[in-house]
Design a protein around this ligand. Structure first.
Ligand code: GDP
Ligand code: IMO
Ligand code: MG
Length: 428
């Protein structure tokens, strides 16, 4: 089972980092294929807690080759900062490979992210402010700067000049900000070249050769299905393809090489930033999920919006991604509830709708239709075998499995590395 994609099924923060870590040393390469340092993965190993943003979570496992592939947008300063912080804690970061074709997030992308959000006022997306959207904007507009460009000063200067020509008009005339100098940006980027050079590779070639040699490659998605620029709740999305198809375009490994698609899904739902969220709770149940699940953003610290499990969203994810296995996380957070509502369908304009509506306004107006499941009160964080879970917890998992369009192969019962029970081998 050599090529595995692991993605988020909801609006992010499902516990992808922990799921990647679970596969650990059985994987040879862990590839980040989309997004940038908007991601935030918290992985708990023993007493140590790691918060990763730009680096794939596989970097925490000895022997794994972490890869930042072409589909990623890279803030080089953040990259170095994250590498230094991990090295200081004894993590071996020497194997990291960075695609020559990945795009760079520069100072002007970060500035533009912040000013455009401010300009949008009430219509803002609630981005992470890391420059992600503007960097992808330039990529699609064909005025982006790629990693390989910083090794050729002439080309770099021409490209930065071209990009700033447009940006400075915007910054000065529309947003009333100071113009950014070409030298400032070029010198900044050139200063990274020496340290970056040994990490840069044709990662598409490396990964295909690894697969030919029978190695196991895990593609770890940032963000999630409902934040995907094509399949998510547009325009309240990120600017990349966070769904399984993005693993192919974002890495240079063809779709027919991918053997398995694992979707990580929370036993309830959270969302950071603006946009539709049918099962959102504004009452004490929402507060219960937030405090018990510690639902605060890893990247921005913002409180996450919380709500019940949305089965149509999980089913939609199963369909869009070709999910073969779900990893259900944070079941332990629901302990103590007397009943647990699950959204099984929506009501839209008086009609029952079984699937996520294609129309943006229908999804905005979708009212969840709930089915109630009995809760449990026993502490489940120490359980490692499915049959040892309280009956009600087993029933809840089996009900979600029946509604969500694919089998649930592992269940998370706590933040620790070991706090997971495996029902079907994710690599077997
Ligand atoms: P990611 O962005 O998908 O990698 O997820 P985040 O790391 O942003 O958020 C998931 C949070 O839930 C992290 O703090 C994890 O340590 C934690 N977590 C993961 N799985 C479980 C679980 O099964 N139970 C509990 N209580 N916490 C979990
Ligand atoms: P992980 O990988 C949750 C959200 C932002 C905002 C929208 C666009 O940890 O699951 P962006 O900065 O990407 O332009 O913001 O996407 N967002 C995330 N929400 N988890 C993430 O990553 C996210 N990355 C971006 O809050 O609503
Ligand atoms: Mg996260």
């Amino acid at each position: 089972m050599p090529a595995i994609v692991l993605i988020g099924a909801q609006w992010g923060d499902e516990g992808k980092g922990k799921a990647t870590d679970l596969l650990g040393s059985r994987v040879d390469y862990v590839v980040k294929f989309n997004g940038g340092n908007n991601a935030g993965h918290t992985v708990v190993v023993g007493d140590e807690k790691y918060a990763l943003h730009l680096l794939p979570s596989g970097i925490l496992t000895d022997g794994v080759v972490p890869v930042i592939a072409n589909g990623v947008v890279v803030d080089i300063e953040v990259l170095f900062h994250e590498l230094d912080a991990l090295s200081a804690r004894g993590v071996d970061v020497s194997k990291l490979l960075v695609s020559a074709n990945a795009h760079i997030i520069t100072q002007y992308h970060r500035t533009l992210d912040k000013v455009t959000e401010r300009f949008l006022g009430k219509r803002q997306i609630g981005t992470t402010g890391r420059g992600i959207g503007p960097a992808y904007d330039d990529k699609i507009n064909r005025v982006g700067i790629r990693i390989q460009d910083i090794f050729d000063e002439n080309i770099l200067r021409q490209k930065v000049e071209g990009a700033l020509d447009q940006k400075n008009h915007l910054l000065v005339k529309i947003y009333n900000r100071r113009a950014i100098g070409v030298d400032e940006v070029v010198n900044d980027l050139l200063s990274y070249a020496d340290r970056l050079r040994p990490m840069v590779a044709d990662t598409g070639l490396v990964l295909n050769q690894a697969l030919e040699a029978g190695k196991t490659v895990l593609f770890e998605g940032g963000q999630a299905t409902m934040l995907d620029v094509d399949h998510g709740t547009y325009p309240f999305v990120t600017s990349s393809n966070a769904t399984s198809g993005g693993a192919a375009t974002g890495s240079g490994v063809a779709p027919n090489r991918i053997d398995r698609v694992i979707a990580v899904v929370k036993a309830y739902t959270t969302r950071v930033g603006a946009g539709p969220f049918p099962t959102e709770l504004h009452d004490e149940s929402g507060e219960f999920l937030r405090s018990r699940g510690f639902e605060f953003g890893t990247t921005t610290g913002r409180p996450r919006r919380t709500g019940w499990y949305d089965a149509p969203v999980a089913r939609y994810s199963a369909r869009i991604n070709g999910v073969t296995d779900f990893v259900l996380t944070k079941l332990d957070v629901l302990t103590g509830l007397s009943t647990i509502p699950v959204c099984v369908a929506y009501e839209v304009d008086g009609r029952r709708v079984e699937e996520v509506p294609v129309s943006q306004s229908d999804f905005h107006h979708a009212v969840p239709i709930y089915e109630e499941f009995p809760g449990w009160s026993e502490d489940i964080t120490g359980v490692r075998i499915f049959e040892d879970l309280p009956q009600a917890a087993q029933q809840y998992v089996l009900a979600l499995e029946a509604m969500s369009g694919s089998r649930i192969s592992a269940v998370g019962v706590g933040p620790d590395r070991e706090a997971i029970l495996v029902r079907h081998d994710l690599l077997g």
